[in-house]
Write a protein that binds this ligand. Structure first.
Ligand code: NI
Length: 162
């Protein structure tokens, strides 16, 4: 496993559409391991493959530090409700902004064997699904910020700091 370099806003790779994963190769497995390691090392709760420069539809999320979630070719199939809160991104270091997201999100994705599964999330996890899946289509949360981007204040557990 290895820590990969996290691409930052302004890098054109972050604005490109990622490609579907059609087979699990040793390189894909290595990428997945590296994404988890890179996310944990950066104290993030989510990371999408384009953030490490790879345009493939792969996302890793862990909002508690104990619940690693791998999403391959994920799609949002249901949303409900609304939440408004702070969001951050490892690709936009030192910044945070207010974004409104659905409070409940259901995702259909594939696992490390390309088996399809469903996963639901509320609150922080729902926010993570939305934020990370947008990376796969070349979008950053800064496009959705209400008001101005702010400098990160002392850590608040309620914030989504990718
Ligand atoms: Ni992000």
């Amino acid at each position: 496993m290895a820590i990969r370099t996290i691409r930052e806003i302004g890098d054109p790779v972050l604005n490109k559409v990622s490609k579907e994963v059609k087979e699990i190769t040793p390189r894909i497995n290595e990428l997945i391991d590296d994404m988890f390691e890179t996310m944990y090392e950066a104290n993030g709760v989510g990371l999408a493959a384009p953030q490490v420069g790879i345009l493939k539809r792969i996302v890793v999320i862990d909002t508690t530090g104990e619940d690693p979630i791998l999403l391959i070719n994920p799609k949002i199939v249901e949303v409900r409700g609304e939440q408004t809160g702070n969001e951050g991104c490892l690709s936009v270091p030192g910044k945070t902004g207010i974004v409104t997201r659905p409070n409940y999100v259901k995702v259909v994705a594939q696992d490390e064997n390309l088996q399809t599964f469903e996963i639901e999330g509320e609150e922080l996890l729902a926010r993570a699904f939305c934020h990370e899946l947008e990376h796969l289509d070349g979008h950053l949360y800064v496009e959705k910020v209400e008001g101005d981007l702010m400098d990160v204040e002392p850590y608040d557990d309620d914030d989504y700091e990718e």
